[in-house]
Write a protein that binds this ligand. Structure first.
Ligand code: UDP
Length: 248
């Protein structure tokens, strides 16, 4: 698979359809692995923690989530096939799984949210089997592992614990979990449950989803300011090569 390196994170240059084909192929072959969907914040965390970077780069699929990654690829002259947002990948995968009556476990978010997300996904994609759910505020990760294994396992687990918790959880417990593919998907369960809303299509098309989220939730300004900083680091990497990597 062709990759595009952005500050050390090796993104897969795939379209949404290709990403779903790869995921479904792995599910049918029962080939274990996990999917990550890094945005600029995750790339920044990787730069600060090399063990975390390794976890991200070991993923079966590293999908470019968000317009910031697309800008970064353009600046660096790296080739990507466009954005593959985590929440959209999750929707498409649920639809493909439904056709083959596959089992999905939902892990993460506040108590009650995963159940609600499960109800909305199974109503939207008849055939999809919700194998079980568990909230994301466990004290011992073993509780979450047991919940997946006790329900008879699943083809896919959506792991929605936020970064870096979800990626670390997937890498550490992949072998123990009775599941083929784990997908780290941030706040996606909140969106499926209707707890938080995605931006209207026009904002998404114009690459302004971040702006919509800022309008709805001005407290995100601190997180948002990381984006221009990230792009400055990318520009420095482009101009001065690897020097940009070690400085903060
Ligand atoms: N979350 C969780 N357990 C935790 C911390 C967070 O389940 O210990 C959930 C949180 O409720 C939210 C998701 O993880 O549903 C992360 O959301 P965020 O908006 O940070 O993710 P993004 O999509 O922006 O990466």
């Amino acid at each position: 698979m062709k990759t595009a390196s952005i500050l050390g994170v090796h993104f897969h240059a795939v379209t949404m359809d290709q990403a779903i084909d790869i995921a479904m192929g792995r599910l049918r072959a029962q080939e274990k692995g996990y999917v990550v969907t890094p945005n600029p914040e995750i790339v920044e965390l990787c730069r600060q923690d090399s063990a975390y970077m390794e976890i991200v780069n070991r993923a079966a699929l590293v999908l470019p989530d968000g317009i910031g990654i697309i800008y970064a690829a353009k600046i660096l002259g790296e080739e990507l096939q466009g954005k593959v947002a985590g929440v959209e990948f999750a929707e498409h995968l649920a639809a493909a799984m439904a056709k083959e009556k596959m089992r999905l476990f939902l892990l993460g978010a506040k108590p009650g949210v995963a159940e609600q997300a499960g109800e909305s996904l199974s109503a939207k994609y008849p055939g999809l089997v919700i194998a079980g759910t568990h909230d994301g505020y466990f004290t011992d990760p073993q509780q979450a592992v047991d919940a997946v294994n006790r329900c008879g396992g699943a083809d896919v687990v959506f792991v929605c614990l936020g970064a870096p918790k979800q990626e670390k959880f997937m890498a550490e417990y992949m072998d123990e979990l009775h599941a083929t593919l784990l997908c780290g998907l941030g706040g996606s369960l909140d969106i499926f449950a209707g707890v938080s809303k995605r931006a209207p299509d026009l904002f998404i098309k114009l690459g302004l989803e971040w702006f919509y989220r800022l309008l709805k939730q001005p407290s995100r300004i601190g997180r948002m300011m990381k984006l221009p900083k990230f792009l400055l680091i990318v520009i420095r990497e482009r101009l001065f090569g690897r020097k940009g990597k070690s400085s903060k």
